[in-house]
Design a protein around this ligand. Sequence first.
Ligand SMILES: Cc1ncc(COP(=O)(O)O)c(C=O)c1O
Length: 384
Amino acid sequence: MIYLDYNASTPVDPLVAEALVDALKHVGNAASTDHAVGAAARARVEDARAEVAALIAAEPEEVLFTSGATESDNIAILGTIARRAGPVIVSAVEHPAVLEPARRRGRAAVAPVDAAGVVDLRALDEAVTPATALVSVMAANNETGVVQPLEAIGAICAERGVPFHVDAAQAGARLAINVERMNITLLSLSAHKMYGPPGVGALYVSRRPRAKVTAVMWGGGHERGLRPGTLNVPGAVAFGVAARLAAARRDEDEVRARQLSARLLAALAEVDATRNVPAEVALPHTLSLRFPGVSARALLHAVNDRVAFSTGSACATIKDQPSHVLAAQGLDATAIAQSVRLSLGRFTPAEDVDTAARVIVAAVARLRALNAAGLVPVWASPAP
Ligand SMILES: Cc1ncc(COP(=O)(O)O)c(C=O)c1O
């Protein structure tokens, strides 16, 4: 099985796996520092905290460990709106982990994106006022890889004294983020999107200027009182290693991703693969493509036992909903139903790209022939 679904979850880097296995050999609750065993666990967590902080140019005490980006996003949004009145301005292409908490509290105000999926800075500039509770815009989109202009958005927020939250789940291993330069107040990360294990993430909470965030869960007061619960020490240790590797390998990973994506696209051109976003605005490892005349669901089923990729985000797959991200860019229902996401990364061999392309090209050709003969495969979605 060829894995081209890195945006759903990345494989754990062998160096991270080694650190995780080693960490599992140690006992100790990082909050039980009355004895040396607990203190050693705490020290391992603090080392990891420093590594995660370094990745985004933050101070270690500004980083809280969470269970993942969903929890980080929820704490950031719910915890801010408990303290500040006004709307939460979110981009139209945010992940449900951002959209849902803002919507369910009746606070979401949606900022449009252009046809490429980039936030409309002029609209945002008009919408953000000192009465805005929070602005939340992701670093890179999970479905399309589109990178948002964080520095420009941060400048708009800073000028009006509005906190700025960034969901950087997809960017942790791929973009150089500097929270101070980008005027970011809160930032979410997820280890399993950056070659670490699932079940651990982080929330950056700015100290200068001080983010005004209230607890939304209560317990033993861990993690500055904002994320109660026993710390996942092995997870944090592994995340620390993943963060260190992310910084060290970012450039190399990017060069490879660029080469592999170009190779995949060139091969898929044979069946007229069409990009949903221009290459210039997207991270190179993510390809949001459509194959005209071919239902994405039918294609997925046709290659199911050979290549793993998806029609969009894992969340949209669970809910079986059309992509709100592509709709926000103005794609029509037919184009959305034909769209797939191929995402690759650090451990994708070039041979896998070639084999995947061959399998997809053959499947697209077969499906088009079936369509032309009026024979739609039983497992295909209804004609879009
Ligand atoms: C942009 C974005 N935000 C948030 C999440 C949720 O991350 P986690 O799985 O760590 O809760 C994801 C994962 O799909 C994502 O891609």
